[in-house]
Design a binder for this molecule. Structure first.
Ligand code: MN
Length: 316
């Protein structure tokens, strides 16, 4: 009998297919095979084969356009902790870069975080950053946490609570620092889902119910805006509705003590342009046509946010 082991798990193969020119597929398939072999027979709480977790983490990173070494290390990230493969074995087979990343992740996995006091969370974030000499260790760790949060319902309630709190206080702020806005938003929403389950369900239902209404409103803003930008001679821009995650709506409701309906009317539209002068040009066009609220103009190009985020915000 002849069997041909698949070169890559299907979900990862799909994620890398569009990027095959820039990725080292041979490295990825060798890493996948070593991981599948090392985790053979191991199961997740969900009953899935353990390697499905490594593949999911690698897939998240491929979707984030990370490099081959990072994706390969993600495939191998639990191998040293959970099997008898050593960091040295990984170094011999895949070279020092992959080995260093896996070593960093193995060290991080032994750190445990017990208190949820804000100040300690800050210390813990610092500790994570200092242990990880290569920033890619933290990025893989964030993808690892994201997949664990997506599958958190399989754990017992006490573990769920601890992991969700840790996610909110440590990992979501780290994702923000690394400019991974989508990962941050999903981590926050998942933490809310497990920490405030009833509020989360009610809010999710309301957001869903108003989805088409929201899309209409964005369309109503988009069309005249596109017209003004065209008239001003701007080209190659992109106008999209800026998604607000549940957790940020929830926080605003609590902070301003306002019902969902009032918060949700605050819609945001994003205009992506080619360079900084165009960005100021668009702001000028908008302010010429619609009267801005004085207090609500923010220039994050002149003063970037602490994570390096740069843009202009206005409310009209
Ligand atoms: Mn893991």
């Amino acid at each position: 009998m002849t069997t041909t082991a698949p070169l890559l798990a299907p979900e990862l193969a799909r994620a890398v297919a569009l990027q095959r020119d820039r990725l080292d597929l041979d490295l990825l398939s060798r890493a996948y095979r070593m991981s599948a072999q090392a985790h053979l027979g191991q199961k997740r709480q969900s009953g899935d084969d353990y390697v499905s977790h490594s593949v999911a983490v690698a897939t998240i990173l491929a979707e984030q356009q990370m490099d081959s070494v990072t994706i390969a290390a993600a495939l191998l990230h639990d191998v040293v902790e959970d099997s008898n493969v050593s960091v040295e074995d990984i170094r011999t087979t895949f070279g020092p870069e992959v080995a260093e990343l896996v070593d960093g992740l193995t060290k991080l996995s032994t750190l445990t975080f017990r208190s949820t006091v804000e100040e300690q969370a800050e210390n813990y974030r610092k500790l994570l950053l200092s242990v990880a000499k290569d920033a890619r260790v933290i990025i893989i760790k964030l993808a690892d946490r994201l997949h664990n949060m997506r599958t958190l319902e399989h754990l017992d309630p006490e573990k769920r609570r601890r992991i969700a709190l840790e996610t909110r206080e440590i990992y979501a702020p780290l994702a923000h620092r690394f400019g991974m806005a989508g990962v941050k938003a999903e981590l926050e929403d998942l933490a809310c889902k497990f920490l405030e389950p009833e509020d989360y369900r009610a809010l999710a239902r309301k957001v869903k119910a108003r989805k088409s209404e929201r899309e209409e409103t964005i369309e109503r803003l988009r069309i005249p805006l596109a017209e003004e930008l065209r008239a001003a001679g701007l080209t190659g821009y992109e106008i999209t509705g800026r998604p607000k995650n549940l957790w940020s709506i929830y926080k605003k409701m609590k902070k301003r003590d306002k019902p969902f309906e009032e918060i949700y009317d605050l819609l945001a539209v994003r205009v992506l342009v080619n360079d900084i002068p165009e960005c100021y040009h668009v702001l000028g066009v908008i302010h010429h046509k619609w009267t801005p609220l004085q207090e609500r103009i923010k220039d994050y190009i002149a003063s970037p946010k602490s994570n390096g985020y740069q843009s202009l915000h206005t409310t009209v």
